[in-house]
Design a protein around this ligand. Structure first.
Ligand code: NAD
Length: 298
């Protein structure tokens, strides 16, 4: 079934995702505050709207792909998207945001007479371009079923994780594993270096032993063993260090708020905040290996 989709936030992820919806035969009306991004989306088959409110007035579904929960709630409530949409519109938020903000967004959407689903993604810009993203969704079964054809046009897999906010919860838990494991793999390589072990030898052992993980075998933080990993391209992202720092901050805040003793998660959040705020500002998150090699600041 072809739908009218409003797509707000046409950045690195949103641009290609909106393009895939248009390519699947949906009418996609897009908006971004950056005019150049709006023009680039037109090249992907997206109609440019003059404002976010104008984009949603005829929409069946409103997709948002924005930096933070503040942006999502601001658009929904303060900028009037909820008031401008037709009753029963599905608000599908694919941004990575705080679980509490996601729940507040669900509440606001429902109170305005609409339907909500949080559906953050994993797979990065490459997955957005190729349509191979994984979506993790939170909300009602009906809303998930309604969103599934759209999710299928943008990704390869979608998992219904539970009620409001469950998609965001799954996202930050997954990325907490990833952040910690990338630091663990980096520390192991640096320890190996100091013991005279070659990167390839450690890779050959760990990738086929109990140290095996995605951070090692797909996004290997040292150049050589995995030719496609960002380490071979001067750590160009990929998944940038600032985004990992953001996700770990969300995980750390959730752990604190819920009294969970996630000691490695909290430490990983600190290490990535320091790295992303300095040398790693423009780097892939695997560049953390350089910070490990340098050791703690004097
Ligand atoms: P981005 O900064 O490239 O895109 C966000 C876009 O939102 C920008 O183009 C910005 O201009 C626009 N925007 C902000 N406020 C707006 C407003 N009021 N109205 C209209 N447009 C507005 O970021 P991105 O990399 O595309 O990431 C988007 C979301 O996806 C983030 O929550 C991020 O954490 C998540 N994410 C990113 C990746 C990745 O690899 N880039 C992977 C998974 C998840």
């Amino acid at each position: 079934m072809s739908e009218v989709v409003a797509f707000i936030g046409l950045g690195r992820m949103g641009g290609p995702m909106a393009g895939r919806l248009a390519a699947a035969g949906h009418r996609v009306v897009g908006y971004d505050v950056v005019p150049g991004l709006l023009a680039a989306a037109e090249g992907r088959g997206v109609e440019a709207a003059p404002s976010a409110v104008a984009a949603v007035t005829e929409a069946d579904v409103v997709v948002t792909m924005l930096p933070t929960g503040r942006h999502v709630l601001g658009l929904y409530r303060d900028e009037g998207l909820l008031a401008a949409a037709r009753p029963g519109t599905l608000f599908l938020d694919c941004s990575t945001i705080d679980v509490a903000d996601a729940r507040a967004a669900h509440e606001a959407v429902r109170a305005a007479g609409h339907r909500a689903l949080d559906a953050p993604v994993s797979g990065g810009v490459v997955g957005a371009e190729a349509g191979t993203l994984t979506f993790m969704a939170g909300g009602g079964a009906e809303e998930f079923a309604r969103a599934e054809p759209l999710l299928a046009a943008m990704g390869a897999r979608s998992v219904h994780c539970g009620d409001a906010g469950a998609g965001q919860a799954a996202k930050i838990c997954n990325n907490m594993i990833l952040g910690i494991s990338m630091i663990a793999v980096s520390e192991a390589f640096v320890l190996g270096e100091s013991l005279g072990l070659s990167h390839q030898a450690l890779f050959d052992v760990a990738s086929t032993s109990s140290g095996q993980c995605w951070a090692l075998t797909t996004n290997c933080p040292v150049p050589g063993p995995v030719p496609a990993s960002p380490a071979n391209h001067d750590y160009r992202p990929g998944f940038s260090a600032p985004l990992m720092a953001k996700d770990l901050r969300l995980a750390a805040e959730a752990a604190r708020a819920n009294g969970v003793a996630a000691e490695l998660g909290l430490r990983a959040a600190e290490l990535y905040a320091a790295f992303a705020g300095g040398e790693g500002a423009e780097q892939d998150f695997s560049g953390i290996v350089r910070a490990v090699r340098q050791g703690p600041a004097p």
